[in-house]
Ligand binder design. Structure first.
Ligand code: ASP
Ligand code: MG
Length: 430
């Protein structure tokens, strides 16, 4: 017997029939003798609709920074999960499973004061643990908690993944199962090979470490919200990504034969470690270069201070060593959506920074090679550079960490680059 948290995303609870299907998945684990808590998202599209309604409301006269009252935004957008948690509890009850819905404040799942993007601070899992012990299924509304002001606070878009991992940590679950519309984490985006069935060379990973998954998620793989992976890593929550569209009755309970999916876990659980685990990519990056910046102490602060104040998210940063110690070039990337703001911020600070010209290019993509095995293997980077050179792909910037190499290239070459790297590191499906 195990204690499980099962999380179902928006597409899995998109209508009543699917909610029923979810209930069958839950019943299967419950009948197998497991203690079960479930975390649900809103029906797909619901949160968008709610957010749009808020945006259509008239703004407070005279206010500029605050578009609307964030506490009321939270009261509105959190409602989608209230509906699905209640519906799933009813569906379970109708199948003879004892179940009860829980909103964030009822648990309570306490957050900080940042409405709209709140962070979880504390969860009291005791009541739920006691009920689970009696065989009652807890159906928890994801995406929401209660702030220090005693009001509903939401965790940011996609936040129900984070709710699920946090609940798993809070009730000391053996595993957090994330049921979603894909059947696991792949070596890269399977859609890169087009829509023809069987054409994709991407492979589903059986296991991936927390560190690698964190890189993959932050670098563009959209399976899980980045914060949920961070949280899973910090609390050591083993997280299993699997498909909710499998027939609930044709798959064994988690104790039986392994259902298809990907386990995100600690390094120790992975016996055979590949050097490279996956290739991620992030489109819509923009490159900015400051030409002839004076090369003196404080220059990086002069450039990136104002950008931070303007909430521009700076990513790859490359600075050259100047030849004569006087001027150099500085190149970095920002999301394309931030480009205009970034350039105008830099232009406004031209005098204090001291540079000749700012150049920018919006059509960039960042391709990243990720693998924990890089820590102990040499030559991983040079393999990538050689393979890209052979395809005539020009590299604009490179950054590395212990377990990843990121390369900035023109958007036009994105797919070719990813497919090339996927193959050169031996990740292609036979
Ligand atoms: N329903 C929320 C959203 O769409 C939370 C989630 O689905 O994870 O952002
Ligand atoms: Mg989601």
């Amino acid at each position: 017997m195990a204690r499980l948290v099962m999380k179902f995303g928006g597409t899995s609870v998109a209508d009543l029939e699917r909610i029923h299907n979810v209930a069958r998945h839950v019943k299967r684990e419950h009948d197998a003798g497991h203690e079960v808590a479930v975390v649900v998202s809103a029906m797909s599209g619901k949160t968008n609709e709610l957010v749009n309604w808020v945006n259509e409301m008239p703004k407070v006269a005279g206010s500029n920074a605050q578009i609307y009252d964030a506490r009321e935004y939270d009261a509105i957008v959190a409602s989608g999960e209230q509906v699905t948690s209640g519906l799933l509890a009813i569906a379970l009850q109708s199948m003879g499973v004892d179940a009860r819905s829980w909103l964030g404040w009822q648990i309570p799942l306490k957050t900080n004061a940042v409405h709209g993007a709140a962070r979880i601070e504390d969860i009291d899992g005791s009541d739920i643990i006691e009920r689970m012990g009696r065989g009652q299924v807890a159906v928890v509304a994801g995406f929401q908690g209660i702030g220090p002001d005693n009001r509903i606070a939401t965790l940011g878009r996609g936040g129900s993944d984070t709710s699920a991992v946090a609940i798993a940590a809070g009730v000391k679950a053996d595993r957090c199962d994330i049921y979603t519309d894909v059947d696991g984490v792949y070596t890269t985006d399977p859609r890169l090979w087009g829509k023809t069935a069987g054409a994709s060379k991407a492979q589903r990973l059986d296991k991936i470490t927390f560190e690698e998954m964190l890189e993959m998620a932050s670098l563009g793989a959209k399976v899980l919200q980045v914060r949920s992976v961070e949280l899973a890593m910090v609390h050591g929550v083993r997280t299993f990504v699997r498909s909710s569209f499998d027939d609930p009755d044709s798959i064994d309970s988690s104790d039986g034969a392994n259902p298809p999916g990907t386990l995100i876990c600690d390094e120790d659980e992975i016996v055979e470690q590949q050097t490279v685990t996956g290739i991620a990519y992030a489109k819509d990056e923009a490159q900015i270069s400051l030409r002839r910046v004076s090369d003196k102490p404080g220059i990086a602060a002069a450039v990136f201070g104002p950008l931070a104040d303007a909430h521009v998210n700076v990513d790859m940063i490359v600075q050259n060593v100047s030849e004569d110690g006087s001027v150099t070039d500085m190149t970095f990337t920002v999301p394309s959506s931030d480009l205009e703001k970034a350039v105008s911020t830099l232009e406004a600070s031209k005098e204090s920074i001291g540079y000749e010209v700012v150049q920018s290019d919006p059509g960039m993509v960042k391709v990243s090679v990720v693998g924990i095995g890089m820590r102990s293997h040499a030559g991983v980077a040079s393999t990538a550079f050689k393979a890209l050179a052979e395809k005539g792909i020009n590299i604009r910037a490179i950054t590395t960490s212990e377990i990843k190499i990121s390369i900035l290239i023109d958007q036009d070459y994105a797919e070719l680059a990813v497919r090339t790297l996927h193959s050169v590191y031996g990740l292609d499906k036979e």
